[in-house]
Design a protein around this ligand. Structure first.
Ligand code: C2E
Ligand code: MG
Ligand code: MG
Ligand code: MG
Length: 271
């Protein structure tokens, strides 16, 4: 299939250039363009206080409004953005949009923003967050940064340092997808985090899998004994919400309460 020009030079590479890698290369270029053209969108998913049933916050989740493919989920382009070195640009853009939304929604408790471990491990996040807070005028107490266990454990001392600097700005920190990574309890004990988010893989089996139930119960107990709030992700069924409430889980998030939606589609109560 190779065109005659350049055949000698590229024959070997062309073999390697499978359909998959060709698609990836296209996506690469398209993602760069998306950031420039403003094709990214932030959706917000409600976070509920399981005790009162009140909506207390939201998680910001990025989407890509692709001109041909429609709405592309982050699972398909976040890893790419990380490899291409675009993640820091992307995450700080989401941070800024979220801070603006906080100002537009004075009655919403907080907005949580996902921070890639790539960005976290670069160590300058506190400077960037400070600039965004200053620019937008958002209340730092209402901003929460979600980091993963791997972001913390790659270089625990540097991570702890950065976490303390972020705390000094007034922002809150949570550990996302808790239970799926490896984090040492010794580290967790000294980390200035506010919240643990139980990964949805433990929530889905809650009502029928005794191991999942045991894990959820342990995380809630552990979190509470360290003085942290605990949130369960991916709640889809009322039985799951009820079980978690009985276990003392503080907060919940999932399709049962609401899907991620553009800010304009949110009920006006947030404003
Ligand atoms: P996450 O931070 O753990 O976010 C929760 C994911 O679970 C979201 O998927 C959300 O739409 C989905 N979800 C919420 N409730 C339910 C439910 O009841 N059932 C099911 N099956 N799923 C539910 P989404 O939006 O596709 O995001 C996937 C992941 O992409 C996020 O997981 C996060 O790790 C990452 N991500 C999203 N936005 C950003 C961002 O702005 N920056 C970075 N670095 N990562 C992001
Ligand atoms: Mg998250
Ligand atoms: Mg999560
Ligand atoms: Mg998750």
């Amino acid at each position: 299939k190779a065109k005659s020009e350049g055949r000698k030079t590229f024959a070997f590479y062309r073999q390697e250039l499978t359909e998959q890698s060709r698609q990836r290369l296209e996506l690469d270029m398209a993602l760069r363009r998306a950031l420039e053209l403003g094709e990214l969108r932030v959706h917000f998913q409600p976070i509920i206080d399981l005790g009162s049933g009140q909506r207390v916050g939201a998680e910001a989740l990025v989407r890509w409004q692709h001109p041909h493919r429609g709405l592309v989920p982050p699972g398909e382009f976040i890893p790419l953005a990380e490899e291409m070195g675009l993640i820091s640009l992307l995450d700080t853009w989401v941070l800024e949009q979220s801070c603006r939304q906080l100002c537009a929604w004075p009655h919403l408790g907080f907005i949580a923003v996902n921070i890639s471990s790539r960005l976290f491990c670069r160590g300058e996040l506190d400077t960037q967050v400070a600039q965004i807070l200053e620019r937008t005028g958002a209340d730092p107490q209402r901003l929460e940064l979600e980091i993963t266990e791997s972001a913390v454990m790659d270089d625990p001392d540097a991570a702890l340092d950065l976490m303390r600097r972020l705390r000094q700005l007034g922002v809150r920190l949570s550990i996302d997808d808790f239970g799926t990574g490896y984090s040492s309890l010794t580290r967790l004990k000294v980390m200035p985090v506010h919240k643990l988010k139980i990964d949805q893989s433990f929530v889905s089996g809650l009502a029928h899998d005794s191991a999942d139930l045991a894990i959820a119960r342990s995380v809630i107990t552990l979190g509470h004994s360290l003085g942290l709030k605990v949130l369960a992700e991916g709640i889809e069924q009322p039985e799951q919400a009820e079980l978690l409430r009985q276990l003392g889980c503080d907060l919940g998030q999932g399709y049962l309460f609401g899907r991620p939606q553009p800010a304009v589609d949110w009920p006006s109560a947030a404003a």
